[in-house]
Design a protein around this ligand. Structure first.
Ligand code: GLA
Length: 657
């Protein structure tokens, strides 16, 4: 898996159909000046490439490609199937997606198609074949880009076609209605199925839906979109040797795809990421998403396909980047494994739903402060080109699982306040805040190389994952498990005999009952920590108790335990610690496990080691001094002992001589 562009490439979506022909050569000239190395072409071009059924118009597209190629700009070629043209939805309204209430989602926006529709797929694959035959060996085309953000708007469709496809998927998974009845626990609430023909998607109903039906439907929806990806990819491969990808959305908002499964199917993992200023700490989410994308790529370099040069246009208030932030934000992706930094889009649109979304060339034109930042970014990426291909080394793994997310966030659980993303993102933030590097990986990942593994709210967990963690600890590893972990198997069935089911033995603890806290309620631990959300009636028959509650529903009960196993240890934290206490515990764990990190954290500074390169991103208000030796690539200067990075600035140091 390598990113097929040169160095650390700067790139963007290019939508030339929104502009007159005369602008195209000028665009390419500007791109060259800014150091743009690749563009994504054709994402929403279907309606113009196939203006009526079976009539293709590639002339204008050939011209764009020729201009780009002459300018030396590489192309990430979209298959153009993301959004069906109006003639298709007019002729075949049955391809439109339907929501859980049975309402049709009409055209007029984008991506109005049902992932299970054979009619849509036939039309899409016909276009893909045309594209592949025409451009499959074009010298500018270095990468294929299937559809666009698959599942972004149409991830779950509940129509009758989807229902039939769901039944086929269930038949493959279970083989017989009896097995499905067992897995779905249909003895409860008179849900027993006499045959697959009685099964429906979990459409809006009267009461809490069957949780395993919901979970299987989420799995099915991810698989349906993946099958669409595979179908397009296979057509491309039949005509072209160019690698294939699609832009995933590995973020804290989108949970329609099991990206760990998807990652294995892409020739190179590509990710779209937009800072979310609705969050308390948007950059913490950025770092988490990047480290998780690297996990999806199984450690290989990945491609940031899209991000925003400044503001987006879909948040309640769309914050513009301040001077210098474009460089820092972009370098953060590179530090965490991106070999290219792409943006939506080249030129800010004059019309349409995204006209207020920032672009590399703003409405003001190239004579603007924003564009000068883009040119500065291009120059900076050119200076750090040698970083491409190097790998991030992390001593810490945080386990993250989409199936667990789908199961964990269902209704009718002990606390509706407990959301899956909370613990993984907070633990990641605490560990990286200490200056340590963390991978965010799938539960099945080989763990031997890590010094510390964090298992945050792994509510759903297979026997194999539990066994692998036990084996890892026996081999001298350190594991921290949080509350609400190991409770159910892959069918979302409770593991009986006491909580936390799968991890009871490893942790040497057992709970008989959960005692979640009401919103606003807090508890104090006898080590001075404060916590909220969760407590449980924990006993520690085979573990050392490190802290107990002094108040709340369970005074005197263990809240933090540690079971020593040879040179390794298994820790359990049974409550949600506040930020300060979480950071203290992360500090203690990383020291005990021998995790590489600075002796004292440098507050406000993002510190990441990628291969032999040390990235120092100073988001704080004061200059930061960090120990380092080597060459600073952005300035070309030598660093001998300490690098001092001004507030809002960055350094990338090739360590050693
Ligand atoms: C996504 C899409 C783009 C554009 C951007 C900005 O990344 O792929 O087409 O809509 O968001 O909102």
């Amino acid at each position: 898996m390598t990113v097929p562009f040169d160095g650390i490439a700067l790139g963007c979506d290019y939508n030339p159909e929104q502009w007159p022909r005369e602008v195209w050569p000028y665009d390419v000239e500007l791109m060259r000046g800014a150091g743009v190395g690749f563009v994504t072409l054709g994402v929403f071009s279907w309606a113009l490439l196939e203006p009526s059924p079976g009539r293709f118009d590639f002339d204008w597209f050939d011209e764009v490609l020729a201009v780009l190629h002459t300018g030396g700009i590489a192309v990430d070629m979209a298959t153009a199937t993301a959004s069906p043209p109006p003639w298709l939805t007019t002729a075949h309204p049955e391809i439109l997606p339907v929501d859980a209430r049975g309402a049709t989602l009409w055209p007029g926006g984008r991506q109005a198609w049902c992932p299970s529709s054979p009619v849509f797929r036939d039309h899409a694959l016909r276009l893909v074949a045309e594209m592949a035959r025409r451009y499959g060996d074009h010298p500018a085309v270095r990468l294929w880009h299937v559809s666009n953000e698959l599942g972004c708007h149409n991830g779950r469709c509940y129509c009758d076609v989807s229902a039939a496809a769901f039944r086929v998927w269930l038949t493959d998974r279970y083989g017989s209605a009896e097995k499905l009845n067992d897995a779905w626990g249909t003895a409860f609430w008179s849900q027993h199925y006499g045959g697959f023909d009685e099964v429906l998607p979990p459409r809006l109903g009267t009461a809490t839906p069957n949780p395993t039906q919901e979970l299987d439907f989420a799995r099915f929806c991810s698989d349906e979109l993946l099958s669409h990806y595979r179908a397009e990819r296979d057509v491309l491969r039949a005509h072209s040797a160019v690698p294939v990808t699609t832009n995933l959305m590995v973020t804290a908002h989108q949970s329609e795809q099991d990206n760990h499964r998807w990652g294995r199917e892409l020739d190179v993992v590509a990710q779209d990421h937009y800072l979310d200023h609705r969050l308390a700490d948007p950059h913490a989410e950025q770092s988490f998403a990047s480290d998780l994308t690297r996990g999806v790529a199984r450690g290989a370099p990945w491609l940031l396909m899209e991000s925003a040069p400044s503001a987006v246009n879909w948040q309640p208030v769309n914050r513009a980047k301040r001077p210098g932030e474009l460089l820092l934000d972009s370098l953060s992706y590179v530090a965490r494994g991106a070999d290219a930094v792409g943006f939506f889009q080249w030129r800010a649109s004059r019309a349409g739903a995204e006209k207020f979304h920032s672009a590399l060339v703003p409405h003001a034109g190239p004579d603007s402060a924003a564009y000068r930042e883009v040119v500065g970014l291009g120059a900076a990426l050119a200076r750090i080109g040698e970083v491409a291909g190097s790998r991030v080394r992390a001593d810490v793994a945080v386990l993250f699982d989409w199936e667990c997310w789908w199961a964990c966030d269902q209704p009718s659980h002990p606390s509706g306040e407990l959301r899956y993303l909370d613990a993984p993102t907070r633990w990641h933030r605490a560990i990286t805040g200490l200056g340590a590097t963390a991978d965010v990986v799938a539960p099945g990942t080989e763990l031997r190389g890590y010094r510390l593994v964090v298992v945050p709210t792994l509510y759903l967990c297979s026997d194999a994952t539990a066994a692998a963690l036990a084996e890892y600890v026996r081999g001298g590893g350190h594991v921290l498990v949080t509350y609400f972990s190991g409770l159910v198997d892959e069918s979302d069935h409770i593991r009986l005999g006491g909580y936390p089911g799968a991890f009871r033995e490893l942790l040497g603890v057992r709970s008989e009952e959960f005692a979640p806290l009401l919103p606003g309620e807090t508890v104090t631990l006898d080590d001075g920590s404060s916590a909220d959300l969760w407590t449980e009636s924990l006993a520690a028959p085979d573990a050392e108790v490190l802290a107990r509650y002094v108040d709340g529903p369970l005074p005197g009960t263990p809240a933090l335990t540690r079971r020593a196993v040879g040179a390794g240890a298994a820790w359990y934290v049974a409550t949600r610690l506040d930020d300060a206490a979480l950071s203290r515990l992360a500090d203690r764990l990383t020291r005990e496990a021998g995790v590489t990190r600075p002796e004292e954290p440098v507050v406000g500074v993002e510190l990441v080691r990628r291969g032999r390169y040390l990235f120092v991103l100073n988001r704080g208000d004061a200059p930061a001094a960090v120990p380092a030796h080597g060459t600073e690539l952005l300035s070309g200067g030598q660093v001998d002992g300490t690098v001092t990075v001004a507030a809002g600035a960055a350094a990338v140091i090739r360590e050693g001589t």
